[in-house]
Ligand binder design. Structure first.
Ligand code: PLP
Length: 235
C-alpha cells in the first residue's frame, strides 16, 4: 500500500507535469489537499511535508480539526455547500471560501468577517454544466453576481470554482473547464475589480491534468492523496 506521503509526492509530480505541458511557470497551480472525513493526524503528516493548504466541506468537522492543529501554519479553504446559519463560523475560521454561489451568503461572510483578520478570499461557484442537483450560480448570473460581490468590504473576489458533471466524457469535461476559464477572462476584462481575479479553482483527483491544461490555478485533490474516503453523511 502506498503511504499518503508517497501519494502526495505523486500528485505533486502530476501537477507540475501538467503545468509544464501547459507551458506555464513551475508552481503556477496551487495544490489544495481535500481533507474531509480525514483525521487531524493525517493532516499533520502532510503538513510536515510542506502541504499547508487544506479544503474542508463540513463545518463542524473542520472546526474540530482546526483546534487540534492550531499549532500549525495551515490555510483552511471551505469548499462545501453553505447554509446561511453557518456563515459566521466560516468567516471567523477560514482563509478562503470556494463555494459562494449567492449574494446573501457573500454579504453575510463580508459582514461577519472579523476586523482583525484580512479580507476573506472568495471564489464564485459556477454550475458549469447546468446540473439540477448541483450548487453554483448559472453562467448567465455570474457577471451580475460577481460585480455585486466586488463591492463588498470584507471579502475579496479571487475567481471562479466549478465541479463539472463527472458523468460526461473526458472531452466534455475539458470543454467545461475551458468554458470556466473563458468566463474568468471575460470577468477580468469587464469588472471593476477584475485585477483581483487570479484564481480558477477546478480539477480534482480524476481530472486535474485536464483542468491544468485549461488554466486551473488551484486543484482540489482528496482521493489521490488520502485514498478512497469512508462513507460519510453530514450530521
Ligand atoms: C471532495 C471534493 C473534492 C475532492 O475530490 P476527489 O475526487 O476526492 O479528489 C474536490 N472539490 C470538492 C468541492 C469536493 O467536495
Amino acid at each position: 500500500m502506498m503511504s499518503i506521503a508517497d501519494n502526495l509526492n505523486r500528485v505533486r509530480e502530476r501537477v507540475e507535469k501538467a503545468v509544464s505541458l501547459a507551458q506555464r511557470p513551475a508552481g503556477d497551480c496551487r495544490l489544495l489537499a481535500v481533507s474531509k472525513t480525514r483525521s487531524a493526524d493525517e493532516i499533520r503528516s502532510l503538513a510536515e511535508l510542506g502541504q499547508l493548504d487544506f479544503g474542508e466541506n463540513y463545518l463542524q468537522e473542520a472546526l474540530d480539526k482546526m483546534s487540534e492543529l492550531a499549532d500549525l501554519p495551515l490555510q483552511w479553504h471551505f469548499i462545501g455547500p453553505i447554509q446561511s446559519n453557518k456563515t459566521r463560523s466560516i468567516a471567523e475560521s477560514f482563509s478562503w471560501v470556494h463555494s459562494v454561489d449567492r449574494l446573501k451568503i457573500a454579504r453575510r461572510l463580508s459582514e461577519q468577517r472579523p476586523d482583525n483578520l484580512p479580507p476573506l478570499n472568495v471564489c464564485l461557484q459556477i454550475n458549469i454544466d447546468d446540473e439540477d442537483s448541483k450548487s453554483g450560480c448559472s453562467v448567465e448570473e455570474a457577471a451580475q453576481l460577481a460585480e455585486e460581490i466586488c463591492q463588498l468590504e470584507r471579502v475579496v473576489l479571487r475567481g471562479l470554482m466549478a465541479i463539472p458533471d463527472p458523468e460526461q466524457s473526458d472531452e466534455a469535461i475539458a470543454s467545461s473547464f475551458q468554458r470556466l476559464a473563458d468566463l474568468l477572462e471575460q470577468l477580468k476584462a469587464t469588472l471593476p475589480c477584475g485585477q483581483s481575479l487570479d484564481t480558477l479553482s477546478m480539477g480534482m483527483s480524476g481530472d486535474l491534468d485536464s483542468a491544468i491544461a485549461a488554466g486551473s490555478t488551484c486543484v482540489r485533490v482528496g482521493t489521490a492523496i488520502f485514498g478512497e474516503r469512508p462513507a460519510k453523511t453530514e450530521s
